[in-house]
Design a protein around this ligand. Structure first.
Ligand SMILES: Cc1ncc(C[n+]2csc(CCOP(=O)(O)OP(=O)(O)O)c2C)c(N)n1
Ligand SMILES: [Mg+2]
Length: 252
Protein backbone atom coordinates (compact mmCIF):
# COMPACT_ATOMS: atom_id res chain seq x y z
CA UNK A 1 0.00 0.00 0.00
CA UNK A 2 3.08 2.23 -0.08
CA UNK A 3 3.00 2.91 3.67
CA UNK A 4 6.34 3.29 5.40
CA UNK A 5 6.72 0.45 7.92
CA UNK A 6 8.18 2.73 10.58
CA UNK A 7 5.21 5.09 10.24
CA UNK A 8 2.81 2.14 10.48
CA UNK A 9 4.52 0.49 13.45
CA UNK A 10 4.68 3.75 15.42
CA UNK A 11 1.29 2.66 16.82
CA UNK A 12 2.78 -0.50 18.28
CA UNK A 13 5.42 1.54 20.09
CA UNK A 14 2.65 3.75 21.49
CA UNK A 15 4.24 6.73 19.74
CA UNK A 16 0.99 7.63 18.07
CA UNK A 17 -2.53 6.30 17.65
CA UNK A 18 -3.10 4.84 14.22
CA UNK A 19 0.40 5.37 12.85
CA UNK A 20 2.27 8.34 11.44
CA UNK A 21 0.85 8.11 7.94
CA UNK A 22 -2.20 9.26 6.02
CA UNK A 23 -4.82 6.48 6.03
CA UNK A 24 -6.96 8.26 3.43
CA UNK A 25 -4.18 8.86 0.91
CA UNK A 26 -2.73 5.36 1.35
CA UNK A 27 -6.14 3.64 1.70
CA UNK A 28 -4.68 1.53 4.53
CA UNK A 29 -6.88 1.91 7.61
CA UNK A 30 -5.13 2.40 10.91
CA UNK A 31 -4.56 -0.51 13.30
CA UNK A 32 -7.77 -1.15 15.25
CA UNK A 33 -7.85 -2.93 18.63
CA UNK A 34 -11.63 -3.39 18.60
CA UNK A 35 -11.98 -7.06 17.74
CA UNK A 36 -14.18 -7.33 14.62
CA UNK A 37 -14.66 -3.55 14.38
CA UNK A 38 -12.82 -2.98 11.07
CA UNK A 39 -15.06 -5.53 9.32
CA UNK A 40 -18.02 -3.13 9.26
CA UNK A 41 -15.68 -0.31 8.19
CA UNK A 42 -14.55 -2.36 5.18
CA UNK A 43 -18.14 -3.02 4.16
CA UNK A 44 -18.98 0.69 4.49
CA UNK A 45 -16.00 1.57 2.33
CA UNK A 46 -17.05 -1.05 -0.25
CA UNK A 47 -20.57 0.41 -0.29
CA UNK A 48 -19.02 3.81 -1.05
CA UNK A 49 -16.87 2.32 -3.82
CA UNK A 50 -19.95 0.76 -5.37
CA UNK A 51 -22.07 3.92 -5.13
CA UNK A 52 -19.22 5.95 -6.66
CA UNK A 53 -18.96 3.38 -9.46
CA UNK A 54 -15.22 2.91 -8.94
CA UNK A 55 -13.52 -0.48 -9.26
CA UNK A 56 -12.23 -0.26 -5.67
CA UNK A 57 -12.25 -3.38 -3.50
CA UNK A 58 -11.94 -3.52 0.29
CA UNK A 59 -10.05 -6.29 2.07
CA UNK A 60 -10.27 -6.75 5.82
CA UNK A 61 -8.28 -9.08 8.07
CA UNK A 62 -9.65 -10.45 11.33
CA UNK A 63 -9.34 -13.48 13.60
CA UNK A 64 -11.37 -16.61 14.30
CA UNK A 65 -12.45 -15.03 17.58
CA UNK A 66 -13.56 -11.88 15.81
CA UNK A 67 -15.70 -13.99 13.48
CA UNK A 68 -18.16 -14.62 16.33
CA UNK A 69 -18.73 -10.90 16.99
CA UNK A 70 -22.18 -9.63 15.98
CA UNK A 71 -20.69 -6.87 13.83
CA UNK A 72 -19.01 -9.42 11.59
CA UNK A 73 -22.28 -11.23 10.85
CA UNK A 74 -24.08 -7.99 10.04
CA UNK A 75 -21.20 -6.89 7.83
CA UNK A 76 -21.19 -10.15 5.85
CA UNK A 77 -24.96 -10.18 5.44
CA UNK A 78 -24.97 -6.55 4.27
CA UNK A 79 -22.18 -7.33 1.79
CA UNK A 80 -24.22 -10.26 0.48
CA UNK A 81 -27.45 -8.30 0.15
CA UNK A 82 -25.77 -5.41 -1.70
CA UNK A 83 -23.26 -7.61 -3.56
CA UNK A 84 -20.39 -5.43 -2.37
CA UNK A 85 -16.76 -5.54 -3.49
CA UNK A 86 -15.19 -6.76 -0.25
CA UNK A 87 -12.93 -9.64 0.79
CA UNK A 88 -13.29 -10.98 4.35
CA UNK A 89 -9.95 -12.54 5.25
CA UNK A 90 -10.23 -14.58 8.45
CA UNK A 91 -6.91 -15.66 9.90
CA UNK A 92 -8.00 -18.76 11.82
CA UNK A 93 -5.06 -19.38 14.14
CA UNK A 94 -7.00 -21.79 16.35
CA UNK A 95 -7.28 -19.48 19.35
CA UNK A 96 -8.98 -16.37 20.63
CA UNK A 97 -6.58 -15.88 23.54
CA UNK A 98 -7.29 -19.10 25.55
CA UNK A 99 -10.51 -20.09 23.79
CA UNK A 100 -10.07 -22.72 21.05
CA UNK A 101 -11.93 -22.20 17.76
CA UNK A 102 -14.18 -25.23 18.32
CA UNK A 103 -15.66 -23.56 21.38
CA UNK A 104 -16.88 -20.54 19.46
CA UNK A 105 -17.25 -21.42 15.80
CA UNK A 106 -20.35 -23.61 15.86
CA UNK A 107 -20.47 -25.62 12.65
CA UNK A 108 -16.68 -25.80 12.58
CA UNK A 109 -15.89 -23.37 9.78
CA UNK A 110 -15.95 -19.61 9.24
CA UNK A 111 -15.77 -20.06 5.45
CA UNK A 112 -18.87 -22.31 5.51
CA UNK A 113 -20.94 -19.49 7.00
CA UNK A 114 -20.53 -17.54 3.75
CA UNK A 115 -23.18 -19.69 2.05
CA UNK A 116 -25.80 -18.35 4.45
CA UNK A 117 -24.96 -14.80 3.41
CA UNK A 118 -25.07 -15.68 -0.28
CA UNK A 119 -21.34 -15.02 -0.78
CA UNK A 120 -18.34 -17.18 -1.70
CA UNK A 121 -16.40 -18.94 1.03
CA UNK A 122 -13.06 -20.76 0.78
CA UNK A 123 -10.66 -22.37 3.17
CA UNK A 124 -6.95 -22.23 2.42
CA UNK A 125 -3.81 -23.52 4.07
CA UNK A 126 -2.79 -20.34 5.85
CA UNK A 127 0.79 -21.57 6.19
CA UNK A 128 1.20 -21.81 2.40
CA UNK A 129 2.08 -18.33 1.21
CA UNK A 130 1.38 -19.14 -2.45
CA UNK A 131 -2.06 -20.59 -1.66
CA UNK A 132 -2.91 -17.51 0.40
CA UNK A 133 -1.70 -15.18 -2.36
CA UNK A 134 -3.70 -17.02 -5.03
CA UNK A 135 -6.89 -17.14 -2.94
CA UNK A 136 -6.57 -13.44 -2.18
CA UNK A 137 -5.96 -12.47 -5.79
CA UNK A 138 -8.89 -14.57 -7.02
CA UNK A 139 -11.25 -13.02 -4.44
CA UNK A 140 -10.07 -9.46 -5.23
CA UNK A 141 -10.53 -10.06 -8.98
CA UNK A 142 -14.01 -11.50 -8.42
CA UNK A 143 -15.05 -8.49 -6.34
CA UNK A 144 -13.56 -6.05 -8.86
CA UNK A 145 -15.48 -7.73 -11.69
CA UNK A 146 -18.83 -7.40 -9.94
CA UNK A 147 -18.85 -10.93 -8.49
CA UNK A 148 -19.42 -9.75 -4.93
CA UNK A 149 -17.84 -10.67 -1.61
CA UNK A 150 -15.73 -13.66 -0.54
CA UNK A 151 -14.81 -15.10 2.83
CA UNK A 152 -11.30 -16.58 2.91
CA UNK A 153 -10.53 -18.67 5.98
CA UNK A 154 -6.78 -19.18 6.23
CA UNK A 155 -6.02 -22.08 8.57
CA UNK A 156 -2.93 -21.56 10.70
CA UNK A 157 -1.78 -21.64 14.32
CA UNK A 158 -0.78 -19.05 16.85
CA UNK A 159 2.72 -20.16 17.78
CA UNK A 160 3.33 -17.94 20.80
CA UNK A 161 1.23 -16.53 23.62
CA UNK A 162 -1.59 -14.12 22.75
CA UNK A 163 0.19 -11.32 24.61
CA UNK A 164 2.78 -10.88 27.34
CA UNK A 165 0.04 -11.45 29.96
CA UNK A 166 -0.99 -14.81 28.47
CA UNK A 167 0.39 -18.24 29.44
CA UNK A 168 -0.50 -20.88 26.80
CA UNK A 169 0.97 -23.56 29.11
CA UNK A 170 -2.34 -23.38 31.00
CA UNK A 171 -4.48 -24.50 28.08
CA UNK A 172 -2.39 -26.40 25.53
CA UNK A 173 0.59 -28.73 25.30
CA UNK A 174 4.12 -28.32 23.87
CA UNK A 175 3.40 -31.41 21.73
CA UNK A 176 0.53 -29.59 19.94
CA UNK A 177 2.77 -26.59 19.36
CA UNK A 178 5.52 -28.83 17.97
CA UNK A 179 3.21 -30.23 15.27
CA UNK A 180 2.60 -26.72 14.00
CA UNK A 181 6.20 -25.56 14.44
CA UNK A 182 7.14 -28.04 11.70
CA UNK A 183 4.67 -26.32 9.37
CA UNK A 184 5.97 -22.81 10.01
CA UNK A 185 5.04 -20.73 6.94
CA UNK A 186 8.51 -19.17 6.68
CA UNK A 187 10.27 -22.54 6.50
CA UNK A 188 7.59 -23.94 4.16
CA UNK A 189 8.03 -20.92 1.84
CA UNK A 190 11.82 -21.20 2.14
CA UNK A 191 11.68 -24.76 0.79
CA UNK A 192 9.83 -23.54 -2.31
CA UNK A 193 12.77 -21.27 -3.25
CA UNK A 194 16.18 -22.10 -4.67
CA UNK A 195 19.16 -21.62 -2.35
CA UNK A 196 20.04 -18.43 -4.19
CA UNK A 197 16.49 -17.02 -4.02
CA UNK A 198 16.32 -17.86 -0.32
CA UNK A 199 19.64 -16.11 0.39
CA UNK A 200 18.48 -12.99 -1.50
CA UNK A 201 15.14 -12.97 0.36
CA UNK A 202 16.83 -13.39 3.74
CA UNK A 203 19.33 -10.64 3.01
CA UNK A 204 16.52 -8.31 1.95
CA UNK A 205 14.43 -9.18 5.04
CA UNK A 206 17.39 -8.60 7.37
CA UNK A 207 18.00 -5.17 5.81
CA UNK A 208 14.33 -4.20 6.15
CA UNK A 209 14.24 -5.33 9.80
CA UNK A 210 17.41 -3.35 10.55
CA UNK A 211 16.03 -0.21 8.91
CA UNK A 212 12.66 -0.51 10.64
CA UNK A 213 14.22 -1.10 14.06
CA UNK A 214 16.55 1.88 13.67
CA UNK A 215 13.73 4.06 12.36
CA UNK A 216 11.43 3.16 15.24
CA UNK A 217 14.08 3.71 17.90
CA UNK A 218 14.82 7.15 16.44
CA UNK A 219 11.18 8.31 16.75
CA UNK A 220 10.53 11.00 19.35
CA UNK A 221 7.43 10.74 21.53
CA UNK A 222 4.90 13.49 20.79
CA UNK A 223 4.09 16.13 23.46
CA UNK A 224 2.06 14.47 26.24
CA UNK A 225 -0.51 17.28 26.03
CA UNK A 226 -1.65 15.76 22.73
CA UNK A 227 -3.29 13.03 24.81
CA UNK A 228 -6.19 15.45 25.14
CA UNK A 229 -6.19 17.00 21.67
CA UNK A 230 -7.81 14.41 19.46
CA UNK A 231 -10.31 12.57 21.65
CA UNK A 232 -13.21 14.70 20.41
CA UNK A 233 -13.36 17.33 17.68
CA UNK A 234 -14.54 19.82 20.35
CA UNK A 235 -13.20 19.03 23.85
CA UNK A 236 -15.93 18.15 26.36
CA UNK A 237 -16.13 19.85 29.77
CA UNK A 238 -15.05 16.62 31.47
CA UNK A 239 -12.03 16.30 29.20
CA UNK A 240 -10.99 19.92 29.79
CA UNK A 241 -11.26 19.28 33.52
CA UNK A 242 -9.02 16.26 33.22
CA UNK A 243 -6.50 18.24 31.21
CA UNK A 244 -6.47 20.95 33.89
CA UNK A 245 -6.07 18.35 36.65
CA UNK A 246 -3.17 16.83 34.72
CA UNK A 247 -1.47 20.24 34.41
CA UNK A 248 -1.98 20.98 38.10
CA UNK A 249 -0.55 17.59 39.03
CA UNK A 250 2.50 18.26 36.82
CA UNK A 251 3.19 21.59 38.52
CA UNK A 252 2.64 20.18 42.02
C1 LIG B 1 -14.68 -5.86 21.00
C2 LIG B 1 -13.53 -6.48 21.75
N1 LIG B 1 -13.80 -7.46 22.65
C3 LIG B 1 -12.78 -8.04 23.32
C4 LIG B 1 -11.49 -7.62 23.14
C5 LIG B 1 -10.35 -8.27 23.91
N2 LIG B 1 -9.59 -9.15 23.00
C6 LIG B 1 -8.45 -8.73 22.42
S1 LIG B 1 -7.83 -9.88 21.38
C7 LIG B 1 -9.09 -10.96 21.70
C8 LIG B 1 -9.14 -12.31 21.01
C9 LIG B 1 -9.12 -12.19 19.54
O1 LIG B 1 -9.07 -13.47 18.96
P1 LIG B 1 -8.98 -13.64 17.40
O2 LIG B 1 -10.03 -12.84 16.73
O3 LIG B 1 -8.96 -15.10 17.13
O4 LIG B 1 -7.61 -12.91 17.01
P2 LIG B 1 -6.09 -13.37 17.26
O5 LIG B 1 -5.66 -12.68 18.51
O6 LIG B 1 -6.06 -14.86 17.36
O7 LIG B 1 -5.37 -12.86 16.04
C10 LIG B 1 -9.98 -10.42 22.61
C11 LIG B 1 -11.19 -11.10 23.11
C12 LIG B 1 -11.26 -6.56 22.21
N3 LIG B 1 -10.02 -6.09 21.95
N4 LIG B 1 -12.29 -6.03 21.51
MG1 LIG C 1 -7.36 -16.30 16.68
Amino acid sequence: MGVDLVAYLATHLNIWHGGLYDPKASRLAPFNAVVGGPVTHAVGWAMGAKLDETDGVAIVYFGDGASSQGDVHEAMNFAGVYRLPVVFFCQNNGWAISLPTERQVAGGSVAARAAGYGIEGHRVDGNDVVAVFEATRTALDRARNGGGATVIEAMTYRMGPHSTSDDPGRYRTPEQEQVWAERDPLSVAGKQLTAEELATAEEHAAAVVREVREGLLALQPPPVEELFSFVYREPTAALSEQQLAWKVALDA
